[in-house]
Design a protein around this ligand. Structure first.
Ligand code: MN
Ligand code: MN
Length: 466
């Protein structure tokens, strides 16, 4: 056998693409950026996913009267998680091909009683969400998004900071001249959780004698604009995210910087892939979960029954208003799933945290992560060789450029995804997603070629059948 055939060799996607594929890489990049700009929070991501799904002929589960090959269904759970299904030729009992991502991203949440004034400024107290490196979130333009439920039950949506005419918000840091004590602290402790206070105003209300006139001015503006009173904060979900749009990175425009690419890049690529599913044997599912960054708990996290319930409802319709639990169990355990979440790309400046022989290189394709976890694979869904062998075949048959990866050197750290939760339903699951740089930073970076190849990979997976 020739030497070239014996060695395993990785390659860069770009080098294998023809001119029309190269053009497609950039076209998808543009569409992806517009998806990201519309999807700054989990709720907005679900709205954008549903908006696009309706355009593609998906109908809400409530409207569906018949389940037959080609039926396109979507189901939204409490505005924060969702599933899209394209029914295949086989019945649901035979299993589904599922690509599951998450649409929540690390951010700074506003506390329930947040507003105070100090030194001529109004500020909001916050509690960060997910694994943020706190020092990265200071001195940036920030946007405020969220949902406020008023005393009468009325729901208002807030979005301030991403329109170019909007103001932005801001978390301060010390000036270097006075940072002697802070500089002595460890990086992870230099900015404290209770130090992530957001400036929301700086002008006093009219009337010299008013106590708390800076706070009062903010409340007056919120009342004029949204009819809010201070108590309404108590029943609000307000999120601070970086202000600004997705942008190309590099003089060749090969990469994209955007907030929340973990894991909306996998949401986008799986969405694009399911829109192109046709004549599929098994039902194709794109699953979009919330709460992954905080452990997947809660009614909109992957630990919730929402997806199982949706499949149960579909089985009921498919079988002419007859349902049995064993059909649901078979549908789930006969399924295959790609837990579609980002991988840590090798950072040339911080190579020492990766074991380079088993790390995802930017631009070398969608990354398959057999196991996650930490300290001896603890907590990992360690995918079966038989299953990843099937994935290898479908990828190779479809000219997918893919690589295997691990989240950093052994004992350097680690992490998890929704993979193990779905694997607990006895389906085959492996983590497969886009390599990213500066994961969980306010702006993360991906390669356009990896975005393109990940979409191609998910599309190929949806045709998996055996
Ligand atoms: Mn993730
Ligand atoms: Mn994450």
């Amino acid at each position: 056998m020739a030497k070239e055939e014996l060695f395993y060799k990785k390659k860069f996607i770009w080098e294998d693409l023809n001119e029309s594929e190269k053009k497609e890489v950039f076209e998808i990049g543009e569409d992806y950026k517009s998806f990201m700009d519309a999807s700054k929070t989990e709720r907005l991501s679900i709205n954008e996913i549903v908006r696009r799904a309706k355009e593609q002929g998906f109908k809400s589960l409530e409207e569906i009267k018949e389940i037959k090959p080609g039926t396109k269904v979507y189901y939204v759970n409490k505005g924060k998680s969702a599933a899209l299904v394209v029914i295949g030729k086989e019945k649901l009992e035979k299993g589904m091909n599922i690509v599951g991502s998450h649409v929540d991203s690390p951010r700074i949440d506003i506390k329930q009683n947040p507003l105070y004034e100090d030194q001529g400024m109004s500020l909001l107290k916050t509690h960060y969400y997910g694994g943020v490196r706190k020092y990265q979130w200071v001195t940036l333009p920030l946007a405020l998004y969220g949902t406020v439920v008023k005393a009468n039950g009325e729901k208002i949506h807030i979005a301030i900071g991403d329109d170019e005419n909007d103001p932005v918000f801001y978390i301060t840091d010390l000036l270097p001249h006075l940072a002697k004590d802070q500089n002595e602290k460890k990086l992870g402790e230099a900015i404290e959780g209770e130090g992530l206070n957001v400036i929301i105003g700086s002008l006093p209300a009219e009337g010299k004698d008013d106590d708390k006139k800076f706070k009062l001015n903010v409340l007056k503006i919120l009342n004029e604009k949204y009819g809010m009173i201070e108590e309404d904060f108590q029943t609000a979900e307000l999120e601070i995210v970086p202000a600004g749009k997705a942008r190309d990175v590099g003089i060749d425009r090969g990469m994209i910087s955007a907030y929340g690419q973990d894991d909306r890049v996998c949401a986008y690529t799986s969405l694009k892939a399911i829109f192109e599913v046709e004549n599929n044997e098994k039902a194709a599912v794109a699953l979009f979960a919330d709460k992954e960054e905080v452990g997947s708990n809660g009614s909109t996290g992957m630990h919730s029954e929402f997806f199982n319930n949706m499949v149960a409802e579909m089985i009921l319709i498919e079988n002419g208003n007859f349902y049995s639990d064993i059909t649901l169990k078979r549908a789930l355990s006969n399924s295959s799933m790609l837990s579609s979440d980002v991988a840590a790309g090798v950072d040339p400046t911080y190579k020492e945290v990766s074991e380079l022989q088993n790390a995802a290189v930017m631009g070398q394709g969608v990354a398959m992560i057999k196991y996650t976890g930490s300290r001896g694979k603890s907590g990992a869904n360690d995918a079966n060789a038989e299953f990843i062998g099937k994935i290898r075949k479908v990828f190779n048959d479809n000219n997918i450029t893919w690589q295997t990866a691990e989240l950093g050197k052994v004992d350097q750290g680690g992490g998890g995804t929704i993979a193990y939760i779905m694997a607990n339903l006895n389906m085959d699951v492996v983590d497969i997603g886009v390599p990213v740089l500066s994961m969980h930073a306010p702006f993360e970076v991906v390669s356009k070629t990896d975005v393109y190849m990940t979409y191609k990979a998910y599309k190929a997976f949806y045709n998996l059948y055996n």
